[in-house]
Design a protein around this ligand. Structure first.
Ligand SMILES: Cc1cc2nc3c(=O)[nH]c(=O)nc-3n(C[C@H](O)[C@H](O)[C@H](O)COP(=O)(O)OP(=O)(O)OC[C@H]3O[C@@H](n4cnc5c(N)ncnc54)[C@H](O)[C@@H]3O)c2cc1C
Length: 493
């Protein structure tokens, strides 16, 4: 018996004609990697995974899906940590992966700009800029996998935010396919362009809820001619924060990273991640990775850093420290910082909080939140680390050795609520750089003032009235987690 072609088959057939060979994945094995997030915390299903090769193809797919009322989930490198790039379990959505759109369209060394397609891997963007003697400063642990469209859609921060800002400050223009299928070409490389609303800002950090970013014009900087790195140890967190303040004053624009590492994070890295070495002879409760860099050579940064750290050692702010003598040694120090993240993944379940507070309150926040966790979950281990120079602390609560996994995860939501309340009391944000996705919609509802929520809802309704663009991300939507799909499988690991 011959069956007629279903509406779904027809849609997929029409999409296949637009995206061509290799542009459509519909069998389970090929789709599998696109249906689970980096941590394995979110899993979903999809009608198909579509991999358009150019902007017209993206626009064609969006227009067809709009006509058919089918929702889309944009995906870059799939390294996001809040579930925004994973489709729901309902299986009704189509994932649009930008990975085939990976060309550098223009490199304007004289203008210090480059225009790249959304699917370029971040490390490749950095390399393309370096090849013409320019520097693209966005840098994060996932840079070998994440894609620039994803970085922009999440307004990624990372290790150089302190000096160069987050993605928002590095984007000059965007090309976006809107939910109605039209292409907005906003690829301007101008620094000054006050022509009404700055529309690109809606899409930066928009997490794919207002359109699909297909290309971006990025800001470049002079190539780094000097980079000096040190790891310093403190006997108290107050001293680490005090050193940061002093560093801002003394090192000014040369200071490009100031990352906090707690001893427990280093211990976990030593235990779980190969090639991690204890950098100092004795153990200390806190460390900071300090980097100074510059495109000029008139002021010697090695002398500047060593002189300044020498004074800090003498006055007792710093207990010990090491300055990298080679690029290899500097890479080893950065490895410790990155291994801190990987070690927590390997050490068992943890509850992650990507929070920020004013820098002057970092020590008080960590002390207060740490004490609250110790009271409520005495077996758990707090690993508070990260971009302290931006007031951005990854306040992670890890299960204790041998602690019952199920019980730990059961207690997680209450711990999170406790921590977010403390963040709010310290005038902070419950989501510093990872975004809202599906994981943080509840705190958004709790902490975002109604007037801000109303504006966001009005923008969403105006640009995406059918709620077909990444539904369930940032906003609750039809077929989302509340309808029983796309849940976190291990709490907030
Ligand atoms: C080891 C590790 C370290 C990390 N360190 C940091 C860090 O220091 N700082 C930081 O900010 N983040 C960090 N992250 C989180 C993550 O890497 C960033 O959020 C990154 O910007 C996501 O990019 P992606 O291409 O993987 O996006 P994806 O995970 O694919 O997508 C993320 C979100 O953006 C949307 N999206 C993706 N592409 C597009 C597009 N072209 N148009 C519209 N929407 C789109 C998706 O729908 C989703 O909502 C880290 C992650 C890992 C695994």
């Amino acid at each position: 018996m011959r069956h007629g072609m279903s509406g779904q088959d027809r849609l997929i057939g029409r999409i296949a004609r637009i995206v061509g060979d290799g542009g459509l994945l519909a069998d389970a094995d090929a789709m599998a990697p696109y249906l689970v997030d980096w941590r394995g915390a979110f899993r979903g299903r999809a009608r198909a995974v579509v991999r358009p090769a150019d902007t017209d193809a993206v626009a064609g797919v969006v227009a067809l899906c709009r006509e058919a009322g089918v929702a889309l989930v944009p995906q870059g490198g799939n390294t996001g940590l809040v579930g925004g790039a994973t489709p729901h379990e309902s299986g009704g959505e189509i994932v649009v992966s930008l990975e085939r759109m990976n060309r550098v369209r223009r490199l304007d060394a004289a203008d210090f700009t480059m225009t790249v397609e959304a699917g370029c891997i971040l490390a490749d963007v950095q390399a393309a800029a370096a090849a013409v003697g320019r520097f693209f400063p966005l840098s994060l642990g996932a840079e070998g996998t994440c894609r620039i469209g994803g970085n922009i859609a999440t307004n990624a921060g990372g290790n150089a935010t302190l000096r160069f800002g987050n993605a928002r400050e590095l984007v000059l223009g965007l090309e976006v396919v809107l939910p109605d299928g039209r292409v907005w070409n906003g690829l301007s490389g101008l620094r000054k362009n006050n022509t009404g609303y700055d529309l690109k800002q809606l899409h930066i950090g928009g997490e794919g809820t207002l359109g699909i970013i297909t290309a971006a014009t990025l800001r470049l900087f002079p190539r780094r001619r000097q980079v000096e790195t040190a790891l310093v140890a403190f006997d108290s967190l107050d001293k680490a924060v005090a050193l940061f303040s002093a560093a801002r004053e003394r090192l000014d624009e040369f200071l490009s990273a100031f990352e906090l590492i707690p001893r427990i994070g280093l211990d976990m890295a030593l235990e779980h991640v190969p090639q991690t070495q204890d950098p100092l002879a004795a153990a200390h409760p806190w460390y900071a990775l300090v980097e100074v860099s510059s495109g000029q050579t008139a002021i010697g940064l090695a002398d500047l850093l060593e002189g300044w750290l020498g004074e800090a050692l003498e006055d007792g702010t710093v207990a010990d420290g090491v300055v990298a003598r080679s690029q290899r040694m500097a890479a080893g120090l950065w490895h410790i910082r990155e291994a801190c993240v990987e070690a927590q993944r390997l050490a068992g379940p943890s509850v992650k909080h990507d929070v920020s507070v004013p820098v002057s309150r970092v020590a008080a926040f960590i002390a207060e939140a740490g004490a609250a966790v110790a009271r409520q979950a005495p077996e758990a281990r707090v690993v508070a680390f990260g971009h302290v120079g931006d007031g951005n602390i990854h306040f992670n609560v890890c299960s204790g050795p041998g602690q019952d996994r199920a019980r730990f995860l059961e207690a997680a939501p209450a711990l999170t609520a406790l921590i977010y309340d403390i963040v709010a009391r310290h005038c902070g944000s419950f989501s510093a750089e990872h975004g809202i996705g599906r994981l943080r919609r509840e705190p958004l509802a709790t902490y975002l003032p109604p007037v801000a929520r109303d504006q966001m809802a009005a923008i969403k309704a105006a640009l995406d009235p059918g709620s077909l663009m990444n539904p369930g991300t940032i906003f609750h939507g039809a077929g989302d987690g509340r309808a029983g799909s796309g849940r976190a499988t291990t709490g907030e690991p």
